[in-house]
Design a protein around this ligand. Structure first.
Ligand code: EPZ
Length: 422
């Protein structure tokens, strides 16, 4: 197990280059199951979730190899249609192999994902969508057993009762090889879904309405491999922007798409940060304590749930009180009790917390509980006086490539140490 040791009170200054988007890579990687052959996914982040998904694809017969930030995939020889619990328990996105396996091979056996630290995360929309496309779905022994009775899925109309990134990804990959026409309504607008749709079209899929909540798909008989460039990680970018403002720093964030971050940019400007937004860079500087700014998460383009914990940490030094609401994951506040160990004054209630500014933060040992909670603790530890230790940093390694090197390059005092503590 590793921990981070952080000496707080240092301003972030300099620049950081954002990696490819973890949640785009996890959507693009399973497309290799739709067409045999060789793929190069450029700008793939070198992080734990990509390694986990690569091992899962490997267990299906795909040769997956990350060379720097280019992921080489060879899916010429698929040998299994089963995603075992050992992989799925580590990462919910493993369920993304269900749609393409079913679409291409007419069968799949995928472990039900467990919950995670911020609450139950059902997959009912994934299963309902596949049934609408003609699949028979059984759940037995913790596994989803899916088959296409006619050997091939059948086009249909499916409406997503709620906006779901994962269900949109899975059903879209199922529909592109289904026989006939499929209409999907209330499709998630997250950039990662749009990126997937664009890659599928490069592979020969017929999709209209990309970038809107309604996708019209004409199923094709076969598709072909392609190379693809992964979009920048908007959540990683949001994390570094917030960290820069929280430490009263001055940072240039490179390889960012500002259009993917409009809600976060607005909240930062409302808090008093100075932002200079350009085509693929954002420079942020902050000299004062932030003004209190309430946020409420919403599906894209709303404020992202994956950046709410980071915002709560930032508001610990605000000149008042700020309310953080999460309508997507109402129990995603596990990080609050850890921030309180650093001296934070925060009240929590169902689906929200209220952060009281002016907290005197002093270093302590704290525990990561999930990927974005860890980022919140790193930010708060950099704001605190004295030394903090953050345990279970394997959480943060899931989605932040080289985070300690990137923060150190901007002047933070952070080092990784092995520990028996966990
Ligand atoms: C994706 O998860 C992201 N993961 C999450 O990021 C992100 O928090 C989430 O979208 C919301 O933006 C990846 O892209 C790999 P959803 P996903 O389906 O697809 C409910 C991170 O930190 N729902 O959009 O699992 C669900 O409970 C991770 O990078 C159902 O009810 O999220 C939630 O309330 C954490 N039934 C809402 O929909 C379903 O079948 C949105 O979830 C599916 C979802």
């Amino acid at each position: 197990m590793d921990k981070f040791v952080i000496d707080g009170g240092r301003r972030l200054q300099g620049s950081v280059t954002i990696s490819g988007a973890k949640n785009a890579s996890l959507a693009l990687m399973p497309t290799c199951l739709l067409a045999p052959g060789i793929y190069h996914l450029r700008n793939t982040p070198n992080n734990r979730d990509v390694w986990t998904f690569s091992r899962l694809l490997g267990s299906l017969g795909v040769h997956a190899e990350l060379n720097g930030n280019t992921l080489f995939l060879d899916s010429s020889n698929i040998t299994s249609y089963e995603a075992p619990y050992e992989h799925v328990k580590k990462m919910r996105a493993s369920i993304y192999v269900l749609g393409p396996l079913l679409a291409r091979f007419g069968q799949a056996r995928v472990s039900l994902p467990g919950g995670c630290n911020f609450g139950p995360r059902p997959v009912d929309l994934h299963l309902k969508g596949l049934e609408r496309l003609g699949a028979t779905i059984e759940v037995e022994g913790g596994y989803i057993i899916a088959t296409a009775p006619k050997g091939r899925l059948q086009g249909a109309h499916f409406h997503f009762d709620i906006s779901s990134v994962g269900a949109s990804v899975n059903i879209l990959m199922a529909a592109v090889l289904a026989e006939g026409h499929t209409t999907l309504t209330n499709v998630a607008l997250e950039p990662e879904v749009t990126a997937l749709a664009r890659m599928l079209v490069k592979m020969g899929a017929k999709i209209e309405g990309i970038g809107t909540t309604t996708l019209e798909i004409d199923g094709v008989d076969t598709m072909h491999p392609t190379d693809e460039e992964t979009i920048p990680d908007r959540i990683e970018a949001a994390t570094y922007l917030i960290a820069a403002a929280a430490t009263k720093g001055d940072v240039l964030v490179r390889n960012v798409n500002p259009y993917h971050l409009t809600a976060v940019i607005q909240a930062l400007e409302d808090s008093g940060a100075e932002l200079d937004v350009n085509a693929d860079t954002i420079r942020i500087s902050m000299a004062e304590d932030p003004k209190p700014v309430d946020i409420a998460t919403a599906p894209y383009p709303g404020y992202p749930t994956d950046a709410q914990a980071q915002w709560a940490a930032y508001m610990l030094h605000c000149t008042g009180a700020a309310r953080v609401r999460d309508h997507i994951y109402p129990t995603r506040f596990g990080y609050v009790s850890e921030l309180i160990r650093l001296g934070a004054k925060i009240d929590t209630d169902e689906g929200q917390c209220v952060v009281f500014g002016g907290s005197k933060l002093t270093g302590a040992t704290v525990m990561s509980s999930d990927l974005r909670a860890s980022a919140s603790l790193v930010i708060a530890a950099m704001m605190a006086e004295g030394q903090s230790e953050i345990l279970r940093v394997y959480h943060i390694d899931r989605g932040y490539e080289n985070i300690e090197a990137r923060l150190t390059a901007m002047g933070a005092s952070i080092r990784r140490e092995q520990t028996e503590e966990y």
